[in-house]
Design a protein around this ligand. Structure first.
Ligand code: NAD
Ligand code: ZN
Length: 359
């Protein structure tokens, strides 16, 4: 259990509304003094084909550094260290004054992590964990183009290293501003929209059913839950999905995730499943933990005509299964949130294996 007195951190400035991405230039101008000062923009390479990259390029100052980010795989610690090195190399070792991330959770997390390692020495692996970042990070702005992870409002930047998937969890890894422009979601493929949208639903469920939450945080989680239902059981718009994602992230920032995330991290680390679909695969077998919410999730899948892969651990070697179980067991905080201090008695290695085998 956390202390009853809690500090609620939030993104201090949110620019919201259709077309708001055009405000980026004005916001950047206020932060970048000119001369040798510059901003770096990390953008999902998918936006070479959606047209967003060209649009962004046309509104940026001439000395801005635009970096295309490949999101075929989840972000890694080595990718963060390499991105830092390549930015400094491109600008003669000068540190940028502003980092902007444009994309889904992967690019948002990469930009958060890059902003941290730019002002903190050593490799990014040493900051994976809770409150390990010493120096304030660079000013950063997040522009989501896919909604659900809540990275835009959360404290964490999730990174995979060789043997773990773990976030940099720090007040310094939160965005200083976000621009929420629902028009940026129109190009998202249908299944991807659902998978990442379910990440938001699961964040709300895990927050609201966990023991770390209090009345203040519950408002974020219940608003996000209601909006997610409107989107995936009703006909709510991308605008509502964007708000749901933001509040889902805020609920996790002020509570914790739970059993689903602990299992889904194993699926991503060993089998390479993207976070959204990994959560869907895991949540689908968690009736004993999340009861009616799992039924509701299945109704959402049916309504949205989404199907999940089956027997995902078929052919997985014993050593890989052990790695997945080890990963799950590393998620002590989420599991304490979900199951209490004596969670190890409930979620034994055998039980975890059994759950993976049901997926
Ligand atoms: P993603 O960022 O990996 O993107 C998924 C796919 O969607 C990619 O192919 C990408 O190119 C594409 N895409 C993005 N925007 C698009 C657009 N507008 N049009 C067309 N295609 C588009 O997916 P995600 O689910 O948003 O993020 C997953 C990552 O977020 C994982 O690494 C996960 O660990 C992390 N995560 C972070 C937090 C947090 O609080 N920081 C929370 C949950 C998940
Ligand atoms: Zn998540």
């Amino acid at each position: 259990m956390l202390d009853s007195i809690r500090v609620f951190r939030q993104v201090p400035r949110v620019v919201f509304g259709a077309g708001s991405v055009e405000k980026l230039r004005g916001i950047a101008d206020a932060r970048v003094a000119g001369g040798a000062d510059y901003m770096v923009v990390l953008i999902d390479s998918v936006h070479r084909s959606t047209g967003l990259r060209a649009r962004i390029e046309s509104i940026l100052p001439a000395n801005a550094l635009l970096v295309d980010v490949n999101t075929d795989h989840e972000p890694t610690t080595s990718q963060i260290d390499e991105t830092k090195a390549s930015i400094l190399k491109a600008k003669n070792d000068r540190t940028p004054s502003l980092v902007v991330g444009i994309g889904g959770g992967s690019v948002l997390d990469i930009s958060k992590a890059v902003s941290v390692v730019m002002t903190n020495p050593g490799p990014s692996t040493q900051y994976q964990g809770w409150d390990l970042v010493k120096n304030p990070a660079l000013f950063k702005i997040g522009v989501p183009t896919l909604s659900g992870t809540g990275s835009e409002s959360s404290r964490t930047a999730v990174l995979c290293s060789r043997d773990k998937k773990f976030g940099i969890n720090s007040d310094y890894s939160m965005f200083d501003q976000v621009i929420l422009d629902p028009q940026l979601l129109v190009t998202v493929p249908r299944d991807q929209r659902f998978h990442t949208g379910m990440d938001c639903y699961v964040h709300s469920v895990e927050s609201i059913t966990g023991s770390f939450i209090n009345s203040f945080g519950r408002v974020f989680a219940s608003s996000s839950l209601e909006l997610s239902r409107n989107v995936f059981l009703g006909k709510a718009s991308d605008e509502e999905l964007m708000v749901a994602s933001f509040f889902g992230g805020a609920s996790v920032a002020n509570a914790e995730v739970g059993v689903c995330h602990a299992l889904s991290y194993g699926l991503s680390l060993v089998l390479g499943y993207r976070h959204g679909i990994a959560n869907c695969i895991a949540f689908n077998v968690l009736d004993d933990f999340y009861h009616g919410y799992v039924d509701e999730f299945r109704t959402m899948m049916d309504r949205n005509r989404v199907q999940l892969p089956r027997d995902v651990v078929k052919g997985v070697s014993d050593s890989d299964m052990d790695k997945m179980i080890d990963m799950t067991l590393k998620m002590e905080r989420p599991l304490t949130n979900a199951l209490g201090e004596r969670w190890k008695e409930v979620l034994t290695r055998d039980r975890i294996k059994e759950l993976y085998k049901k997926m």
